[in-house]
Design a protein around this ligand. Structure first.
Ligand SMILES: Cc1cc2nc3c(=O)[nH]c(=O)nc-3n(C[C@H](O)[C@H](O)[C@H](O)COP(=O)(O)O)c2cc1C
Length: 343
């Protein structure tokens, strides 16, 4: 059913197709459409960061930036969903066109630029959702906030979403907000994370307990810089890592007519760099540090690879656009299979 729908949707420009698909899914939830499309998501519980995940396959940030479709997406069988990125105030993002399909590669390039309705809108959606599963809220900074003042934006969003979500992701790795990735560098990172960890701890005592806070990193590093930043993360008091965001690297799609579009590349060609970053992170952070593997999962076996590289959970985005909800069950089964092989 999804293949048939996708062929129709792919006749539309990517952003239009995105909105049409999500609105249709949300409208169809009253007649059970998401469940019908979701098929069977086997139980495969994971305990991590004090949370109980019914299965290890989550929806990555960026698909439901404003939390407008949590009920419908939640019914597809995901083990958790991450909404956002949101910023303190609404912002329009970059001029269109800003999203491109590379179907030959099962890939996308986007330079959306944190288009979102602002954190207050997300909070209203989090308050009213009927989805009972685990929700992560992904937060960022306003386009025009200088990097050395960015912590205040993140702190503002953290304080707003904290009471209404299960975990928070600090996104410092989008390639589409100028200079954002500088926050990953050791020069900024330790002070930046210290401020947010202190804010998280203050919130934990004000509200009903601790919410894990994760950092989401890019796949575009040289090994030395990556290791240095991971060492800062390990010492920071942060609860977990998401590896990775989209890549600036185009070597896997060179020659494609969209290859030179500015923005982040995601989907199958992003997998090698994402897996390498994940494996390095596992090595530096040690066996017990919670890591969510993300980037380039378009088949069940890709999810199994994430597990073998050290992921505790996995997220999908571009693969979900190309393959639809059947990818969720396929990933869960492959994940369980990787266990049975003793990997
Ligand atoms: C259109 C689009 C929008 C995205 N928006 C966000 C975002 O707002 N915040 C974020 O942390 N990641 C965002 N991402 C990155 C994804 O969450 C994910 O890290 C990346 O696409 C790699 O995973 P994939 O290969 O499974 O797509 C976006 C990705 C795409 C394709």
């Amino acid at each position: 059913m999804y293949n048939w729908l996708r062929n129709g949707l792919f006749l539309l420009p990517p952003e239009v197709a995105h909105d049409v698909a999500l609105n249709a899914l949300s409208a169809g939830r009253f007649v059970g459409l998401p469940r019908l499309m979701g098929g069977c998501a086997p139980a495969a519980p994971v305990e991590l960061m004090g949370l109980h995940f019914p299965n290890p396959v989550g929806l990555a940030a960026g698909l439901d930036k404003n939390g407008d479709h949590m009920d419908a997406l939640g019914a597809l069988g995901f083990g958790f969903i991450e909404v956002g990125t949101v910023t303190p105030k609404p912002q329009p993002g970059n001029p269109k066109p800003r999203m491109f399909r590379l179907p030959e590669h099962q890939a996308l390039i986007n330079r959306l630029g944190f288009n979102n309705k602002g954190v207050d809108h997300l909070v209203e959606r989090l308050k009213s959702t009927r989805y009972k599963g685990i929700i992560g809220a992904n937060i960022g900074k306003q386009k025009d906030t200088p990097v050395d003042q960015a912590a205040a934006d993140y702190r503002h969003c953290l304080e707003k979403v904290y009471p209404y979500c299960d975990y928070v992701t600090v996104n410092i790795s989008s390639p589409n907000t100028a200079n954002l990735r500088e926050l990953q560098d050791t020069g900024h990172l330790s002070e930046f994370l210290a401020e947010l960890v202190a804010a998280r701890d203050a919130l934990a005592s004000q509200h009903d307990g601790h919410r894990p806070m994760l950092v989401k990193i890019a796949p575009d590093w040289d090994e030395t810089a990556l290791t240095a930043s991971l060492e800062v993360i390990a010492q920071s008091g942060i609860d977990g890592l998401i590896a990775t965001n989209t890549t600036l690297d185009r070597s896997a799609v060179s020659g494609h007519r969209h290859a030179d579009e500015a923005g982040g590349l995601s989907g199958a060609p992003a997998k090698t760099l994402a897996d390498r970053t994940l494996a390095t992170a596992r090595g530096v952070l040690g066996p017990d540090f919670p890591i969510i593997g993300l980037g380039g999962v378009t088949r069940g076996e890709d999810a199994a690879d994430k597990k073998r590289a050290g992921a505790n959970l996995v997220q999908i985005y571009t693969g979900f656009i190309y393959r639809g909800p059947e990818l969720i069950g396929e990933c869960i089964r492959a994940w369980l299979g990787a266990d049975e092989q003793g990997d």
